[in-house]
Design a protein around this ligand. Structure first.
Ligand SMILES: Cc1cc2nc3c(=O)[nH]c(=O)nc-3n(C[C@H](O)[C@H](O)[C@H](O)COP(=O)(O)O)c2cc1C
Length: 407
């Protein structure tokens, strides 16, 4: 007995549209499912059977996802046969499991940020054949780098809907792709024809307990840019023209082919940016301060063709080794003229992504007199300042990258 019958009438098998009024949405439940659908590996219940009806219900829901050309191009392989699961599990072990188990053993009892992920990933690799169902979403098409939408664009959203629908029914999934490295072998094993692309392998089981938590991610305000790349806003209100009080900012990022420690040693130099910026001239530690630490103060010198030269005293507000270095222009974040930050995200151990941000305000700054003198030009002044910062910050991250990769 299928649990949902809204896609097809049980009598005629004709599609029956489901209607749902948004006023009936229980936002807490919806957001709860969206925020807590984790990659579950340690808590898969390998003993409890999962019915095919339940899997098909999840696929019916997933098929409501959008697809290029409104064509029905997705296909779903549901692997239940023990021998097929065993064969897939051996491929997974060869391609990734061995490596995951060795990484788990290496990281065991350390506080490395990947220690838990590796413990969980290796556990899945060791038990893949015992998972009740392995679901492989596939798409008609071959990835040809044509830059046209169509291939992954038409399947990934549905595959994720499948995971969400499963979670809402007490099932757990994990998004895995390691097996895809064995393209020829999985095609042979599963008899997938040429012209069809499998995009993931989703182990599906009931979860042991239904309680999962959301995890820290960068906030939307940090990674959402308005109108043009890199322009951030802390409190933007689009019912009026842009204002400095909306917290305009700029973010630039660059991938660096050097480890975080190398980049960190460069960005800890408070004068480094003077080599690249057309505005910042250099900095010196304020009296009584001699090196970077939270609370330490330094005096920076700036020069601008329209303003001339000026100095500011900044206070370090964040200092997490190899990760984050932030300072407020002024005494603290609450009254700062601007807040600056370097951040380093490790990428696969040996590389990193360098991120440089500035957020203007919330206190008065050099822009304040200009805005007071020309209030009708506020939006333009803010826009120009973002543009100037962006250009200089791009020079800085490119300069740091060059130094880190060559020195
Ligand atoms: C494209 C992609 C490929 C992934 N491949 C694997 C995989 O092969 N094996 C695995 O155990 N997890 C895989 N994961 C899961 C990630 O490791 C997982 O998302 C990460 O551990 C964070 O956990 P969360 O999903 O619960 O937030 C993959 C995730 C994505 C998005």
């Amino acid at each position: 007995m299928r649990l949902t019958v809204f896609m097809h009438s049980p009598k005629s098998n004709e599609p029956v549209p489901v209607r749902y009024d948004v006023e009936d949405v229980d936002l807490a439940s919806v957001d709860g499912v969206l925020s807590t659908t984790r990659s579950v590996r340690l808590r898969l219940d390998l003993e409890r059977p999962v019915s095919n009806d339940l899997l098909l219900d999840c696929i019916d829901i997933a098929e409501q996802g959008p697809g290029g050309g409104n064509q029905s191009s997705r296909r779903w392989l549901i692997i239940r046969d023990r021998d097929q699961k065993q064969a897939l599990s051996e491929l997974y072990w060869e391609g990734a499991g061995k490596w995951m188990a060795s990484a788990r053993d290496k990281l065991a009892d350390t506080d490395h940020r990947n220690a838990n992920v590796m413990r969980s990933a290796a556990h899945l690799a060791e038990h893949l054949a015992d998972v009740p169902a392995l679901v492989i979403p596939c798409i008609w098409g071959v990835h040809d780098d044509s830059k046209k939408p169509g291939l992954f664009d038409s399947v990934v959203q549905s595959a994720w809907s499948f995971c969400l629908a499963a979670r809402a029914r007490g099932l757990a999934t994990a998004w895995t792709t390691a097996i895809l490295n064995h393209d020829t072998e999985i095609r042979d094993l599963l008899e997938i024809p040429a012209g069809i692309t499998p995009v993931a392998l989703l182990p599906v089981a009931y979860s042991k307990g239904g309680d999962f938590a959301s995890v820290p991610r960068r906030s939307a305000k940090e990674i959402s840019y308005f109108d043009r790349w890199g322009r951030t806003w802390e409190n933007r209100d689009d019912q009026a023209a842009r204002r400095i009080t909306e917290g305009p900012g700029v973010t630039v990022e660059i991938d660096v082919d050097a480890p975080p420690t190398k980049v960190w040693s460069l960005i800890c130099d408070i004068s480094l940016s003077a080599q690249f910026s057309e505005e910042f001239q250099g900095a010196e530690w304020a009296e009584g301060h001699s090196g970077p630490a939270v609370g330490a103060r330094f005096v920076g010198t700036n020069r601008h063709p329209a303003i001339g030269e000026w100095q500011t005293t900044s206070t370090i507000t964040e200092f997490a080794e190899n990760q984050r270095f932030g300072w407020a222009v002024g005494d603290d974040e609450e009254t700062a003229a601007a807040r600056w930050r370097w951040e380093i995200d490790e990428l696969h151990g040996h590389r990193c992504r360098l991120r440089h941000t500035v957020r203007l305000g919330p206190g008065p700054s050099g822009l304040t007199p200009a805005i007071e003198a020309m209030p009708d030009k506020e939006a333009l002044i803010v826009d120009r300042r973002q543009q100037e910062h962006l250009a200089n910050m791009v020079r800085c991250v490119e300069g740091v990258k060059a130094l880190a990769e060559t020195s």
